[in-house]
Design a protein around this ligand. Structure first.
Ligand code: NAD
Length: 336
């Protein structure tokens, strides 16, 4: 069902009790499901609107949601314009900077649509972008959305698909105190920790800094686990030593890349590195860090080295792009 005719006639009245979610991929579909179902538990009078570049993805989500929640008021928007006309709250979860520019900035996007609305409707609108993207692009988009009258926060997430599904994500939020205050109750329907990091772009800055630590640590844990075994150590003994010593980190204690090293057997390496956080996404995030480091004059020698290792791993074996980034161990094991 397209929303255009209905929303164009009833914009102001129906927008207040409507939430649009754009980008229903691996993360977005889980987040939207939690957001909508938790909102349904609050009140059944909300309308939900979904939108994706692949229309079948949005229809599938809508059909599935209706199966779980009979009577749910959920509709598919054909494009960001319809999603903006329909709802005062708009959440976006897109791959990266070009997609965010397209959805917000291009003609038929959120910002041109906001400019076409009566000013009261525009100023009641809140945009929440959870995409991990370039800090400067995030800041520019937020400034444009605010100039059009809306509130906006960048709210990238930590916690992966598992956290998105369980509703335990951490949101790292950038934006004014007022926009943060408006966004918090919505974010809390999808996550457990909502951290205000500062003005627009600060959530993205925090996310990129966290992920460069993670990206470097995962390579170095893979190096240590491989070296230790070649020196005759049992991987579970070595993991126990590191995890109880000064080398302890998530990359070793939760995401250890050697099968059998952790008693829990829940790391991606136990299932051929399927699931988890794709190497391609880690390469994207390290690239974002490298870009801002040049612009801000902050050297990142280890991040740069780690990025090269992941890029080369994927160049040698394209399969690793989709596998968890701890599969960098497999690349080192094969002798680079
Ligand atoms: P994904 O590729 O699975 O999903 C992106 C969705 O956006 C797709 O459904 C795609 O069709 C849709 N899309 C693309 N362009 C669009 C457009 N112009 N209009 C409407 N929809 C459009 O990606 P994902 O894994 O869900 O990741 C989303 C974001 O979350 C990325 O920025 C990623 O870095 C970040 N992230 C991902 C993870 C993870 O584990 N997957 C963890 C933390 C953060």
């Amino acid at each position: 069902m397209s929303l255009a005719a209905h929303t164009l006639n009833h914009a102001s009245r129906s927008r207040a009790k409507s939430i649009s979610f754009i980008g229903l991929g691996r993360m977005g579909s889980e987040m939207a499901y939690n957001l909508f179902s938790n909102r349904m538990a609050d009140t059944s009078h909300f309308r939900f609107v979904v939108c994706d570049a692949v229309p079948e993805t949005a229809s599938r989500f809508s059909d599935n949601f209706r199966k779980h929640f009979r009577g749910a008021n959920i509709a598919v928007a054909a494009n960001p314009e319809e999603a903006t006309l329909a709802s005062e709250t708009i959440v976006t979860m897109l791959p990266s900077s070009p997609h965010v520019r397209q959805v917000y900035h291009d003609s038929g996007g959120i910002i041109p649509t906001l400019r076409s609305l009566p000013s009261a409707d525009a100023s009641n609108t809140l945009c929440i972008d959870s995409t991990t993207l370039d800090v400067q692009v995030g800041r520019d988009v937020a400034a444009e959305a605010e100039a059009a009258g809306a509130g906006m926060v960048d709210a990238p997430v930590s916690g992966g698909v598992t956290g998105a599904k369980a509703g335990t994500l951490s949101f790292l939020v950038g934006g004014s105190k007022a926009s943060f205050g408006r966004a918090s109750p919505i974010l809390s329907l999808m996550g457990q920790r909502i951290i205000h990091c500062g003005p627009a772009g600060s959530g993205l800055a925090a996310k990129i800094c966290n992920n460069l630590v993670l990206g470097v640590q995962q390579v170095v844990v893979a190096e240590a686990m491989l070296l230790g075994q070649r020196l005759g150590l049992d991987p579970s003994t070595l993991a126990r030593v590191i995890n109880n010593s000064t080398g302890a980190c998530w990359a070793s204690s939760v995401n250890n890349p050697v099968p059998g090293a952790l008693a829990a057997k829940s790391a991606p390496c136990e299932r051929d590195f399927e699931g988890g956080f794709a190497t391609a996404l880690m390469i994207k995030d390290l690239g974002l860090a490298m870009d801002v480091s040049k612009a801000s004059g902050s050297p990142l020698p280890l991040t740069s080295a780690a990025e090269r290792v992941y890029v080369e791993a994927v160049r040698r074996d394209g399969e690793l792009a989709k596998k968890d980034f701890s599969s960098v161990y497999r690349y080192l094991e094969r002798g680079m």
